[in-house]
Design a protein around this ligand. Structure first.
Ligand SMILES: Nc1ncnc2c1ncn2[C@@H]1O[C@H](COP(=O)(O)OP(=O)(O)OP(=O)(O)O)[C@@H](O)[C@H]1O
Ligand SMILES: O=C(O)c1ccc[n+]([C@@H]2O[C@H](COP(=O)([O-])O)[C@@H](O)[C@H]2O)c1
Length: 291
């Protein structure tokens, strides 16, 4: 293991709690680095995924192109990490269904993406802790990623992959704690995907001190699909085909999901999430009315 790894010890497993019968998914993790000059990189996208859309999957492909063209990293794994039911965001379907839909999307439309149910099936875990969990599983438990000649194992860099709307919340008072921001952006870093309606430069304005660890990825094809719009379409009996992977559309139909407002729709448990949802619903509602 490199000296880098020794100077930055991962947190002890005691701070990480585990859901019952949990196994960290590694079936698509590249355990060997193709290019020995590169540093292995693992992408982690945290979110509701209620439901997962093509845009969630597209974030990973955009990141892959960016990383290949602009960095010294080699991507060895990509994970969707659906949030716990305790996040209680309006429109949040049960973790059981959200994880199933993410698994269908990853397994049937991608060769490299995986779904980690670690945070979904337990109490709410902050994003900083989720990234620590990946760090522990990949670099402590698995010992990192081997070079092709097997001479050494390099620690993988874990990075958050997120849309600019999520990053914009990092400048909103009271949403993220300052030590967590320092942990996420200082230690791990983030790849930000431009999202219509959330200006990237504005989103990172107050995050300047971590700029060296923040990578901005611009959209080349504008596409503002959101889970909120998909849920709204479903409630109105409109088609969502070609906005989501076909197996996910079939799953939603088969289980009759998102036909009503759901148990959390008016609970407004998280003020920020609820406000965000209301704004998105309004915007989505205006655009479907215009159709
Ligand atoms: N169209 C998109 N463009 C860029 N990033 C996106 C897009 N859709 C989702 N993301 C990002 O994916 C991650 C997970 O998002 P999330 O599950 O909250 O989806 P969402 O569509 O924003 O959901 P909702 O509409 O329920 O708020 C977040 O980092 C979010 O910014
Ligand atoms: O760790 C935090 O303090 C924190 C604060 C706000 C949001 N998050 C995470 O960001 C994600 C937001 O998802 P969403 O669907 O609300 O856009 C979700 O995974 C949350 O756990 C995390």
């Amino acid at each position: 293991m490199s000296s880098d790894m020794n100077s930055s010890p991962p947190p002890p497993p005691a701070v990480l709690s585990y859901p019952p019968n949990y196994t960290f998914p590694t079936h698509r993790l590249s355990r060997v680095l193709r290019n020995p000059d590169k540093q292995p990189l693992v992408l982690v996208a945290c979110g509701s995924f209620s439901p997962v859309t093509y845009l969630h999957l597209r974030m990973f492909e955009m990141a892959k192109d960016y990383v290949r063209q602009n960095t010294d990293f080699e991507i060895v794994g990509g994970y969707l990490s659906p949030v716990s039911d305790q996040y209680k965001k309006p429109g949040l379907l049960s973790a059981h269904h959200r994880v199933n839909m993410c698994n269908l999307a990853a397994e049937q439309t991608s060769q490299w993406l995986m779904v980690d149910p670690w945070e979904a099936f337990q109490s709410y875990q902050r994003t900083a802790v989720v990234l620590d969990h990946f760090e522990y599983e990949i670099n402590t438990r698995l010992g990192g990623i081997a070079t092709a000649d097997g001479a050494e194992k390099k620690p993988a860099r874990v990075m958050l992959l997120a849309g600019s709307d999520l990053i914009a919340t990092m400048s909103e008072p009271g949403v993220w704690s300052e030590p967590d921001l320092d942990h996420i952006l200082g230690r791990y870093g983030v790849l930000i995907i431009e999202r219509a309606g959330a200006d990237m430069d504005q989103a990172i304005d107050s995050l300047a001190r971590w700029r060296h660890n923040i990578h901005l990825i611009h959209q080349l094809v504008q596409n503002d699909v959101s889970s909120t719009k998909v849920r709204l379409f479903l409630r109105r009996g409109l088609s969502v085909r070609y906005l989501l992977p076909a197996p996910v559309v079939d799953y939603i139909e088969e289980h009759g999901l998102y036909m009503d407002d759901g148990p959390n729709a008016s609970a407004a448990s998280g003020a920020v999430a609820a406000e965000k949802e209301k704004g998105k619903e309004k915007e989505a509602s205006t655009s479907t009315a215009a159709c």
